[in-house]
Design a protein around this ligand. Structure first.
Ligand SMILES: Nc1nc2c(ncn2[C@@H]2O[C@H](COP(=O)(O)OP(=O)(O)OP(=O)(O)O)[C@@H](O)[C@H]2O)c(=O)[nH]1
Ligand SMILES: [Mg+2]
Length: 391
């Protein structure tokens, strides 16, 4: 049976934690079948050694009653660090199959745990408790400006990270599969771990590692006593993380473009050199093109896709053959676009058609082929079999 561990950070939550534990263990967990549900409270104590409010003692009292209740404690270092410690403990010590992030202050109502686990059992690698899909909501009590900040903040991050399909990128209620997703993330190296913004980095990397991402509706509740820590600083650091990740995300495409330009230069020089050596233009162009293919393959392998670098000789050979076949596809696409385009708009438009063919078809086509089949960085469940077959 799979084990799902809810990691719940607490800092001075004595007014909430008792009710939270009893609601989860007595009401919600019994509803969930086929999964062993655990709660790990990551309780922080004041970093200045000041008085603690006794949250930890309450948890320890209940841990005697419920075997699946765990607690770890440390000095306060911020929310992100609490989650990092909790997630590591859940993976390494509790051997969790999936980890959930959840607040102790009832902003994530316990009744939403079951649908998240159901999504996991249904195959989700990453389930996002979403306030911005049908069935989800933000508190009615929230002032207009707070709603606006949350909504537009989300919209901004969606655009910066180019994640149009995901509606809630800042939610704190999420479930992550351990194998292949959470265990691949260097948790200590997440950006802005002492702030709220770490959530965006964690989400970005989790989505990257996941084959199946699902949004589950979440009715986000107001805090019981409304003392919000929402601040300008938090907002600025969240936007900063989104922008940095957005650029990082496009880095690979930028490198790919640079490699393409170098390939073009090699192609042009090859054509010239072999033509002057006495070859016909056709043969000279073909030789130039193959030189460019070799250069593209090498540069992409060692630079653009260096994280997925192909090193064994046998694999280099088979991938290079695939790379050539994929390049033939690009030639065919270019020929079709130019032929059809000039057929409609006249031969006078052939150079424009070439630009359209390369810019709108060949560049995206090659990029997709490399990511899908050559270096296999994109995870598409429907293509999984072909990806495996290609080695
Ligand atoms: N362990 C630990 N828990 C924390 C820390 N900061 C916040 N928490 C807990 O994390 C959860 C979310 O914190 P909140 O203070 O509610 O943050 P928020 O929901 O963004 O802001 P509010 O609108 O004020 O509720 C709660 O369960 C807190 O007790 C921390 O530094 N360490
Ligand atoms: Mg809260």
């Amino acid at each position: 049976m799979d084990k799902v561990v809810i990691v719940m950070p607490t800092y001075k939550e004595k007014d909430n934690i008792e009710r939270m534990i009893t609601e989860l263990f007595e009401k919600e967990f019994p509803k969930i079948r086929n999964v062993s549900m655990h709660l790990l409270v990551v309780n922080d104590l004041p970093s200045d050694g000041g008085p603690d409010d006794g949250t930890g003692d309450i948890v320890k009292k209940y841990a005697k009653k419920f075997d699946n209740l765990h607690i770890i404690e440390d000095k306060k270092q911020g929310l992100g660090w609490a989650y990092v410690r909790g997630m590591k403990y859940a993976m390494e010590r509790l051997h969790a199959d999936a980890v959930m992030e959840m607040d102790a202050d009832f902003q994530h109502p316990p009744r939403f745990v079951a649908p998240m686990v159901a999504a996991y059992l249904d195959g989700a690698d990453y389930a996002i408790g979403s306030r911005y899909i049908k069935g989800g909501s933000v508190p009615k009590e929230w002032a207009m400006h707070r709603k606006a900040v949350s909504f537009f903040g989300n919209l901004f991050i969606r655009i910066a990270l180019v994640k149009p399909k995901i509606h809630d990128l800042t939610t704190g209620f999420r479930l992550t599969r351990v194998k292949g997703v959470l265990d691949k993330i260097k948790l200590n190296e997440l950006m802005e771990l002492s702030r709220f913004a770490y959530k965006v980095d964690l989400l970005y990397q989790s989505i990257k590692n996941s084959k199946k991402v699902v949004e589950v509706p979440l009715e986000f509740a107001p805090r019981t006593e409304e003392v919000s820590k929402f601040s300008m600083q938090e907002m600025v650091s969240t936007f900063k993380v989104a922008i940095i990740l957005g650029i990082k995300d496009k880095q690979r495409f930028i490198k790919y473009g640079a490699v393409g330009l170098i390939g073009y230069a090699i192609n042009a020089v090859g054509l010239e050199v072999f033509y002057r050596l006495g070859f016909s233009t056709g043969v000279a162009a073909a030789i130039g093109a193959e030189f460019a293919i070799v250069s593209n393959f090498i540069l992409n392998n060692f630079w653009t896709f260096k994280e997925e670098k192909i090193t064994s000789l046998a694999k280099v050979v088979s991938k290079f053959v695939q790379f050539n076949l994929s390049s033939v596809g690009a030639v065919v696409i270019q020929a079709i676009v130019v032929a059809v385009g000039t057929g409609i708009f006249g031969v006078g438009t052939r150079q424009i058609m070439l630009i359209i063919a390369v810019g709108f078809f060949v560049i995206p086509y090659n990029y997709a082929m490399y990511n899908l089949f050559i270096w296999k960085t994109w995870k598409v469940p429907a293509l999984e079999k072909i990806q495996k077959l290609l080695g």
